[in-house]
Design a protein around this ligand. Structure first.
Ligand code: CA
Length: 509
């Protein structure tokens, strides 16, 4: 029997329509939109996930459509009197024995890919590096079968910015940590212009950077090579490209000596994100990913969730779950930083959800947040990372990022995620060059329409053909296969790789 609607919590007075046919409704209600399960008088709370998502602005009859404009937006939970680590979940039972085939790095991390990364200090050099990468892929990479890809780590930062202003440290450490990413063998080749504000020594202050002009061959393998385009040795574009290509070849030789080895599942750092959510996201794909997150945590991995604006309205459900009072305070610190950041920009909280979210039945950011945090599973929150920072623990971690898909993905790369799970209701062909992205749909209709873009269909949970547990295990097993390179995601199949977009809250000059 296919359920016709989904009520998440017994206290809910609204439910999500799965199939309007066969239900006695007061009017037509589209799939994934909300129906009133009882008469809701004006001023009464509207309850979903057992939580108040708004108050009725008018009387809403039983069996009628609870439209977005019928709900008032409640205030965000105050950050001043939240419960701190009052209900820390006990450790989940360990799940030993799960492994993947990865690349071990000198710094102890494991890569899920073996990629030559060419990091850049400034956007000025990006087209030159892109040109060199095209030629490296065509002329050199085919000789190195053990290397998966060559990627240019390009971005819009590096010059024309207030490099010492508050907030500038975020894009700088983001680019620093991305250039040391485990999937790049934790050591990049760096291309610099010469006159930019973000000098190579500022990008990587604790590294012995080796200048590599024409005819200059570096010797120490552990230190990054730097090509500076304005160096006097370079005569013309051909010289510049030849230098980049020669160093790329040397780095490819190093990377090609590695092969996949058995790594414990605990070497995974999995980044979770949603994009284009709908009202099903919180009952299908996000809880299934939450179940997979618990499995990964039990296997010893780090699982990071992010997107401050989509956690903010559910923060009162997360601070009790913190492993310690300090971790709860760290979470509040990141929420407060973002509140202030949005206030400085006079941003309106109602600017999230997007038109697509609303089309998918999400009325406001409270409803979106309650569905979004289902991704975080049930384990204790072990630590919190500021934007662009490395993680300080395994287990469930909150890494503060904006909710914007491509900025969140970029920031999670800086926190060294080596595998990405992306849930979507409306659909996005999102992907990243540096890590595989597993895409999970909230609805079967999307998985069928985008059969060659969606990797896992969690919509079967709504129709009763699968469960949260079975889909969670499917995602967990797929994580290990994709991390091992034995299964390719659709985004990698098509080479769909979004541009990097580091979060820059600082001024541009
Ligand atoms: Ca997002």
């Amino acid at each position: 029997m296919q359920p016709l609607y989904v009520q998440v919590h017994p206290a809910d007075n609204v439910a999500i329509i799965v199939s309007p046919d066969g239900l006695t409704l007061a009017e037509h209600i589209p799939q994934s939109h909300k129906v009133a399960l009882s008469h809701i008088a004006s001023g009464e709370p509207i309850i979903r996930y057992g939580q108040v998502i708004g108050h009725a602005k008018r009387d809403i009859a039983q069996n009628s459509w609870v439209r977005e404009e019928f709900l008032s937006l409640p205030d965000a939970p105050s950050l001043d009197d939240l419960p701190l680590a009052t209900a820390t979940p006990p450790p989940l039972p360990p799940l030993p024995g799960y492994t993947f085939q990865g690349f071990r790095n000198p710094d102890g991390s494991c890569g899920t890919r073996n990629i030559l990364g060419i990091a850049t200090t400034v956007q000025c050099v990006a087209p030159t590096v892109d040109y060199a990468v095209r030629r490296i892929k065509a002329e050199i990479l085919p000789r190195f079968a053990g290397v998966d890809d060559v990627t240019a780590v390009t971005h819009t930062y590096g010059c024309g910015v207030a490099i010492d202003a508050p907030g500038a440290e975020i894009p700088i450490r983001t680019l620093r940590n991305i250039s040391l990413h485990p999937n790049l063998g934790s050591a990049p080749l760096i291309v610099s212009l010469g006159c930019e504000k973000l000098q190579p020594a500022r990008l990587l202050p604790h590294h012995n950077l080796r200048p590599a002009g024409a005819g200059h061959f570096p010797v120490l393998e552990a230190d990054p090579y730097v090509v500076r385009l304005q160096d006097f040795e370079h005569r013309g574009f051909g010289d510049i490209v030849a230098t980049i290509m020669r160093l790329a070849e040397k780095r490819l030789e190093e990377l090609n000596r590695r092969s996949r080895q058995t790594c414990p599942a605990s070497a995974l750092t999995v980044g979770l994100q949603c994009g284009g959510s709908d009202a099903f996201s919180g009952v299908t794909c996000n809880p299934a990913v939450g179940f997979a997150a618990d499995l990964l945590v039990r296997a010893g991995a780090a699982v990071m969730f992010s997107e401050v604006t989509e956690v903010r309205d559910a923060v009162h459900l997360l601070t009790p779950r913190a492993a310690s009072v300090e971790v709860a305070r760290d979470l509040i610190r990141e929420m407060r930083w973002y509140d202030d950041y949005l206030a400085r920009g006079s941003a309106d909280r109602s600017a999230n959800p997007t038109p697509g979210n609303k089309r998918g039945g999400l009325s406001n950011v409270v409803e979106k947040a309650l569905g979004s945090v289902a991704k975080a599973g049930t384990s204790a929150l072990m630590s919190v990372a500021a934007p662009g920072d490395r993680l300080s623990s395994k287990g469930l971690v909150f890494a503060a990022t904006p909710a914007s898909d491509f900025i969140c993905g970029t920031q999670q790369l800086a926190s060294h995620m080596n595998l990405h799970i992306f849930t979507t209701g409306e659909g996005s062909p999102y992907g990243l060059a540096m890590v595989p992205v597993i895409k999970v749909s909230s609805r079967t209709a999307l998985a069928e329409r985008w059969f060659d873009l969606i990797d896992v269909d969690a919509g079967k949970i709504a129709t009763g053909e699968a469960t949260i547990e079975s889909t969670g295990w499917e995602i967990f097993r797929l994580c290990l296969e994709v991390a091992s390179g034995t299964k390719k995601t659709w985004a990698d199949h098509w080479g769909l790789h979004n541009s990097l977009a580091p979060f820059n809250p600082g001024p541009v000059t």
